[in-house]
Design a binder for this molecule. Structure first.
Ligand code: ADP
Ligand code: MG
Length: 790
């Protein structure tokens, strides 16, 4: 159902707004609420907060329990303000779903007051308090009401563009942007893409009516390239700021700059402008709101010119935290045994009985379980184990004689959207307990219905760049306290929850308070190229919230110079601008090395093949490895190539096209049709961009030519970078450093998943390094060393 926006507006105008004049802005406040469901609100102890501890009875896997209260009283010098009022006013009429008991709703008017009086605001509130779903709605109501905003009316009765209040909310992950937008559109009963929409890479679900727009931070960053003033937005909310992705770190600087540039600047005449008042209007100031449950407030406040901080206290449902009593070396086993114990021992309730189904009330049926894992492969192997136990353990009689079934589901970013959606559509008629194995994409923002138990392995997979070796390596690391808090916060959103942490209290204490900003551990040449494309010529002087190391900046600039993507501006030592080649490169939403490889491929007359390889590398594993029996292995082997994995990927895609991209063909070959379809879509986008950039689309039947192209581009440090290794007499591989003698060479191994695994190729190119106990090369391509000298 599409809401009538005019009607909505009328209703909003009836809502009384806080008296803005009587508000006394304070440098920061604690707005506290206590909600009926939780007289003594409890929450995991989050970084930057103090918590008290109490004991709980013994629990599965020898957990010691920890129950902490949220009383974050002044450890800093923010003043605070207690608010005990329950509900300031009845819920707004258009809310179909009742959200008025959420902590943020209880302090709505105070919140709007603060937002009104401050151009930048930092909001901290417990997970589940309503930040992500409610605050954008409050703002929309508030800003489009006549009291605050006087829309200029044109003689024809239409409003000027200034009355188009758009609120942009960024999320670090796509799944969050989509699921939260869906939830908000349900709450206000509008069709997704109308008043409320989302935009993520390759999927724009917004329209000219969209006023509340959820998007990934990468999307807003790309928009800033064309519109540095972010003139389409009245408010930007940077949500889950603690995640500190490279993109969000850049955005902090970009929105801060846009806010500064907009203040006092005149808006050029546009067709909507009211010419009767002399034509030009000022830009409306850009409001910035930074939100999280767990962030380094002092750092953020300092960065945003001492922006005030608001704490919203209280959570709707309590969460109990349990720690293991002793350290586990094998978290996978600990995880499964905890899972089965929860399944067997928790919730002595009949699943999905009649009253439950009728009242749509999840509190009457048993809770589902969310498990945090490190990656797709681990998730799939855990699911296999759960399934293999199904005959014995999955269906269990409890002491009360009820029968419980356990069903496992995966959740990771490469999963098809429909399968991700399945997680959010909990059907009460499904009388079984669900266990969802997820990567950290489920860590922030999202509400998965009926999750009451969280198992936190305490690990995540992270990419780490070493400027010394020049390699970016994937490895499993401990999470931070902020992440632990977010993970436990996925429970307790719709009912009381429990979180089982598979680490000890002392281990938890040793975790760093916040995640290390990605920008300080990743390779940043692509970030710097983006900044230069944004017109920021002196990247070293960019206002980073936490700057990458000078060493990393300088080596990245050197790399971009070598790629001929940038050049010095006016003989300056610090200012750079894009070259013509650089301008073409930034048109492609892919790693600049890949963009350059694509451009270089024209020389080898193999752009079609290179586009295919890049598209296949941009999606997750196309081989379905959820079942690995002899038959599947034999079928997959048919695609193998003695020329390596990249040619294998090329072969798979060619055969997929010959089979007319049919799903049945994918199933017969145990290939993931969604991944292949996605590769096809990305490929089409790249082809379109090539046409726009006048890049020749040419194809070669010779796979040797393709390998040569990959090798030579890599030899000059582009394409796949200088990721080349040579077989040694002693049986190891060592990386080659091309004229970069400052780079040490490394001993590396072929990943067992490679089709070259059991061979001893003389010289190989690889796409990535994965580190476990050794450094493994993944996605290999056989090359001839002689080519590198050409
Ligand atoms: P925060 O951003 O503060 O963590 P949210 O705004 O995401 O909180 O969610 C607030 C509350 O709204 C949740 O605790 C939950 O009760 C409810 N909610 C949010 N999304 C959904 C959903 N998809 N289904 C059911 N309830 C939801
Ligand atoms: Mg949120």
């Amino acid at each position: 159902m599409v809401p009538d926006i005019a009607l909505l507006k009328n209703k909003q105008q009836q809502i009384q707004l806080p008296n803005i004049n009587s508000a006394t802005p304070s440098p920061g406040s604690i707005v506290s609420t206590s909600s009926p469901e939780s007289p003594s609100s409890s929450s995991p102890s989050c970084p930057g907060r103090s918590g008290s501890t109490s004991s709980f009875p013994s629990s599965p896997e020898n957990f010691s329990s920890h129950h902490s209260n949220t009383h974050h009283h002044n450890s800093n010098d923010y003043s605070f303000y207690h608010h005990q009022q329950r509900s300031p006013r009845p819920p707004t009429n258009y809310h179909r779903l009742s959200t008025n008991k959420l902590p943020v709703c209880l302090v709505k008017s105070q919140l709007l007051d603060r937002i009104q009086n401050n151009e930048t605001l930092i909001i901290i509130g417990e997970t589940g308090s309503g930040k992500t779903t409610q605050i954008p709605q409050f703002l929309y109501e508030h800003l489009s009401s006549s009291k605050y905003h006087q829309p200029s009316t044109l003689p024809n009765g239409n409003c000027t563009s200034s009355s188009k209040v758009t609120i942009g909310i960024t999320q670090p992950r796509r799944v969050a942007a989509v699921s939260v937008a869906q939830r908000v559109s349900q709450e206000i009963q509008c069709r997704i893409g109308d008043l409320v929409g989302y935009k993520i890479r390759f999927d724009d679900c917004t329209s000219s009516n969209t006023r509340i727009k959820y998007m990934t931070d990468g999307i807003l960053l790309r928009e800033a390239i064309h519109d540095p003033l972010l003139s389409n937005y009245r408010v930007i909310i940077l949500d889950e700021a603690h995640e500190r992705t490279v993109q969000s770190d850049l955005l902090f600087g970009i929105v801060k700059q846009a806010q500064r540039l907009r203040s006092g600047q005149k808006r050029p005449l546009d067709e909507d402008s009211d010419s009767s008042n002399g034509g030009q209007r000022h830009y409306e100031p850009l409001k910035i709101i930074i939100m999280s449950a767990t962030m380094d407030v002092d750092n953020f406040s300092r960065y945003f010119n001492q922006a005030p901080v608001i704490y919203i206290e209280g959570r709707v449902y309590p969460i109990e935290i349990f720690y293991t009593e002793s350290k586990h070396t094998d978290y996978a086993t600990a995880c499964l045994s905890t899972l089965f114990q929860i399944h067997q021992e928790e919730d002595e309730l009949t699943f999905g009985d009649e009253p439950t189904r009728q009242n749509n009330d999840f509190s009457l049926i048993g809770g589902d379980i969310l498990v945090f894992c490190t990656g797709q492969e681990e998730i799939e192997s855990m699911i296999k184990i759960v399934q293999s136990y199904s005959a014995q353990t999955n269906i269990m009689k409890t002491s009360k004689g009820t029968v419980k079934t356990l069903k496992a589901y995966p959740l990771y970013s490469a999963l098809p959207k429909t399968k991700q959606q399945r997680i959010f559509d909990r059907n009460l008629n499904d009388c079984f307990r669900r266990v969802i194995f997820a990567t950290n994409i489920a860590e922030t923002s999202i509400t998965i219905p009926n999750i009451r138990y969280v198992i936190d392995t305490g690990k995540f997979k992270s990419k780490i760049f070493s400027p010394k070796t020049g390699f970016e390596i994937m490895r499993v690391e401990n999470i931070s306290k902020a992440q632990a808090c977010q993970r436990s916060g996925r429970a307790g959103r719709l009912a009381p929850g429990k979180c089982y942490r598979l680490y000890t209290r002392p281990e938890y204490r040793s975790f760093s308070p916040f995640p290390i900003p990605e920008i300080q551990k990743c390779s940043i040449y692509s970030v710097l190229l983006q900044l230069i494309a944004l017109g920021i010529s002196n990247v070293q002087a960019f206002d980073f919230i936490d700057s990458p190391s000078i060493e990393n900046i300088q080596s990245s600039l050197k790399k971009l110079m070598k790629m001929k993507a940038i050049e010095k501006e006016n003989d300056s030592d610090v200012d750079y601008k894009l070259t013509k080649l650089g301008r073409t490169m930034v048109k492609f939403p892919i790693d600049p090395r890949y963009a350059l490889l694509l451009i270089e491929a024209q020389k080898f007359r193999c752009t079609e093949e290179i586009i295919t390889i890049i598209s296949m590398l941009s999606v997750d594993n196309v081989f379905d490895t959820s079942m690995t029996n002899e038959k599947v292995i034999a079928i997959h082997r048919k695609f193998a190539s003695s020329e390596g994995d990249l040619i294998k990927l090329l072969n798979v895609f060619r055969r997929y096209r010959e089979a007319q991209q049919k799903m049945t063909w994918c199933q017969e070959n145990y290939l993931r049709s969604y991944q292949l379809k996605q590769a096809g879509d990305i490929r089409q986008q790249l082809v379109d961009l090539c046409k726009q950039a006048s890049i020749d689309l040419v194809s070669t039947p010779s796979t040797e030519t393709v390998r040569k192209c990959l090798a030579i581009a890599s030899g000059v440090g582009v394409g796949l970078g200088a990721n080349i290794a040579e077989f040694q007499r002693d049986g190891d591989f060592r990386t080659i450093t091309f004229g970069q003698n400052d780079r040490p060479s490394m001993t590396v191994f072929i990943h067992p998943s490679s089709c070259l695994f059991s061979q001893k190729p003389e010289c190989v190119l690889f796409v990535e390094l994965v580190q476990t106990n050794k450094s493994y090369m993944r996605n290999l391509c056989l090359i001839d060393r002689k080519w590198l000298l050409e």
